[in-house]
Structures are given as structure tokens and as C-alpha cells.
Write a protein that binds this ligand. Structure first.
Ligand SMILES: [Zn+2]
Ligand SMILES: [Zn+2]
Length: 119
């Protein structure tokens, strides 16, 4: 099991079950949302994700048709990315994990928009 939380601690979650894979998305929407070079995520079964605190603090934003990004409305931490057509799966932000993730990133998406200012 993995546990995670947002920056302010209002939202806390557990993941029961296995991570399918970890990805880094370099798309410009992830760059904007994360305020960073990329968005790192783990892909899990939606039924394995349990919000244990702060459900009412979660704000949702449809960044494109059928895609929903959830974040803490108090501190702004990005929490999940989900395609509503495939709502059995959900991508959870790896940066909000409290449990160390022992796996490695195996999928990189939209590398064409990787910024040039990376070290
Ligand atoms: Zn928060
Ligand atoms: Zn992206």
C-alpha cells in the first residue's frame, strides 16, 4: 500500500494494490498545471485509490474534453489525472507520495515538448 498527501495535508489518500506503471508527461498542459518541466504519475486502478481525508477540498478541472485533473483547492497540489472514458484507471501524481516509490518511470509522454532549460 502507498500513502500520499497534498502540501497542506488537507487531502490524504491510500493506494491499495499495485501500481501498473509510472510515467512522466512532458506535455505543455502538465507543465502549466505542475508549474514544472513535467508531470510525474503512477497509473493505478481507480478502485484502489481511496481518499481518506479532504474529499471536500478537492477541486477538479477539465483540461481537455473528457480529461479531468484534480488538485487540492487549499494548497494547489496536483493529485490526479483521469480520462473519464476510461475511469477504471487513474493517474496519481508521484510527487504527492509519502511512501517512497521503489519503481522507476517506464513511460515518457510528449517528449517533443521537453523544455530546453533542463540541466
Ligand atoms: Zn492541500
Ligand atoms: Zn501531460
Amino acid at each position: 500500500m502507498y500513502t500520499g498527501s497534498c502540501l497542506c495535508g488537507a487531502v490524504r489518500y491510500d493506494i491499495h494494490g499495485d501500481v501498473d506503471y509510472a510515467s512522466i508527461c512532458w506535455c505543455t498542459m502538465c507543465q502549466k498545471q505542475h508549474g514544472a518541466a513535467n508531470g510525474p504519475y503512477v497509473n493505478v486502478a481507480s478502485s484502489d485509490l481511496r481518499i481518506v481525508a479532504g474529499l471536500d477540498a478537492i477541486t477538479r478541472y477539465a483540461s481537455s474534453p473528457g480529461v479531468e485533473r484534480a488538485f487540492c483547492g487549499v494548497c494547489g497540489s496536483n493529485l490526479t489525472w483521469q480520462m473519464m472514458d476510461h475511469s477504471d484507471r487513474i493517474a496519481v501524481t508521484l510527487g504527492t507520495f509519502d511512501t517512497p516509490y521503489e519503481g522507476r518511470v517506464t513511460h515518457e509522454l510528449h517528449t517533443e515538448s521537453k523544455p530546453g532549460w533542463l540541466p
